[in-house]
Design a protein around this ligand. Structure first.
Ligand code: UQ1
Length: 452
């Protein structure tokens, strides 16, 4: 068999009558982006804008046909928004002048600045941006996959495009018994979402006057309800007032769909497990880095997350590799708002490198989480690496506000599709600085000053 590396396209191969050719094309670009999710699309947009849409300077490797606005999944699960509101064709969201390689990466070769994709093609880069996101491990909980597929079993999850539509159907059908909402013992994307859906379900049953017969429990593997004390205090009060039972260090390990039973382990005492019968079970699946990162330990930490400097987001070993979004080992909360801030840092630092200047953008760990606490209510949590609140608006954001709910429902999606995916949204740091001139949030003022 011939092995042709170079410029022989399949049609040329056909016209030369060469068969059985292992086609191995080689391409090269200035900026190679791995992943067409939020982080990948945003970075591709920023660089195609910079290169004034010059063709093929930016290549994006992404196998999926569809791009999802995942923050909408909570509201779809709560019956507030239709499924149609959360997705778009990948070809429509990737910048026109970026080249889309519709394949997945199978190998990183950072020493030769090359990656190999599924069909064997190699792509050489000057700068590599890794934005693969993380992987959902539905199969790590025995019984979960079959329970999700079975319409008669009240098990659901807002975490998958294929599973999210079942959530509201189950909320509507639940009449009596105990509803369990879970949070796994792994890093997760949007760590607020597992409890947001619990609040929405509880509010739905409250409005329908079903709470006399339904008990709501939130079961988290974590030792806290939320990582930032200010918001955790507010959330504990909400749970107490609304009689939502919170079980900490409680981890779902198994589902028995035929009996509507779930098994939880007690992480304080791993030999102890408890089997319960559920009226509804909302599962947040365990998550982890994608396999392709796990198989490249020179790029990752022990768990398989890309090792980048937490401030500059530059890879710790390879200076022309950057990472952002859910695939990195930085200790921020994995949210879309975090990506908005990170995108400015990655763009700024690569641009400085290209211009021969000192790279000086730094990321302070900003993340934010619109914690929907019911229909029409939301706490807008904003914080940094130090878990200090870094609030944008001149009010106490630990309180529930209707305006924050409206932002979550209507403004952030608009911001995302029209600004962020076009490379024009860097998070609220600039607004925070000016809006806080009118408030006495001193800690916020200091944090805002540091982010500019
Ligand atoms: C944000 O920037 C963002 O990205 C578009 C989100 O994603 C959906 C958010 O949820 C939030 C809260 C922010 C932060 C923005 C402001 C104005 C606080």
């Amino acid at each position: 068999m011939y092995r042709i590396t170079g410029y022989l396209t399949p049609s040329l191969a056909k016209s030369f009558n060469i068969h059985n050719v292992a086609r191995e094309a080689h391409q090269s670009c200035k900026i190679l982006v791995i992943g067409g999710g939020t982080a990948g699309c945003t970075m591709a947009a920023k660089f195609t804008n910079k290169f004034k849409n010059a063709k093929d300077r930016v290549i994006v490797v992404e196998p999926s046909e569809t791009h999802y606005y995942q923050p909408m999944f909570t509201l779809i699960g709560g019956g507030v928004k239709p499924f149609e509101s959360c997705h778009e064709k990948m070809e429509k969201v990737l910048p026109k002048s970026a080249k889309w390689v519709k394949d997945k990466v199978t190998k990183f070769d950072p020493k030769s600045n090359t990656v190999i994709v599924g069909n064997g093609d190699s792509i050489e880069y000057e700068y590599l941006i890794v934005a693969t996101g993380l992987q959902l491990h539905w199969d790590k909980i025995p019984g979960l996959k079959e329970a999700l597929k079975d319409d008669k079993v009240p098990v659901c999850s807002i975490y998958g495009p294929d599973t999210v539509e079942k959530v509201f159907k189950i909320i509507k059908n639940t009449k009596s018994g105990t509803a369990y909402f879970t949070f796994p013992s792994s890093p997760v994307k949007c760590p607020g979402a597992p409890q947001k859906i619990a609040y929405l379900a509880e509010d739905y049953w409250r409005n329908k006057q079903k709470l006399r017969d339904i008990r709501v429990t939130y079961n988290t593997a974590l030792p806290v309800i939320f990582g930032v004390k200010k918001y955790a205090d507010a959330l504990w009060k909400i749970c107490e007032k609304r009689k939502i039972d919170v079980n900490l260090q409680t981890n779902l390990i198994k589902i028995i769909p035929s009996k509507n039973e779930a098994v939880f382990e007690n992480l304080k005492n791993p030999n102890e497990s408890r089997t319960v019968t559920f009226a509804m079970l909302h599962v947040t699946p365990p998550m982890g880095p994608p396999d392709v990162l796990k198989s490249h330990p020179e790029l990752t930490n022990e768990a398989g997350f890309l090792t980048v400097d937490p401030q500059t987001l530059r890879h710790v070993k390879y200076p022309n590799i950057f990472g952002l979004g859910d695939c990195t080992d930085t200790p921020n909360s994995k949210t879309m708002a975090a990506i908005a801030s990170q995108s400015k840092v990655v763009f700024g630092n690569i641009t400085s490198d290209l211009d021969g200047k000192q790279a000086k953008e730094t990321y302070d760990g900003y993340a934010s989480c619109p914690l929907v606490t019911g229909y029409g209510k939301c706490i807008l949590a904003e914080f940094n690496y130090k878990l200090e609140p870094t609030e944008t608006f001149p009010m106490n954001q630990a309180n529930e506000y209707f305006i924050m709910y409206l932002m979550k429902k209507d403004f952030f999606p608009y911001l995302y599709w029209n600004w962020m995916l076009k490379g024009r949204w860097n998070g609220p740091a600039v607004f925070r600085k000016y809006l806080n001139l009118f408030s006495n949030k001193n800690n916020v003022k200091e944090a805002a000053a540091k982010t500019t």
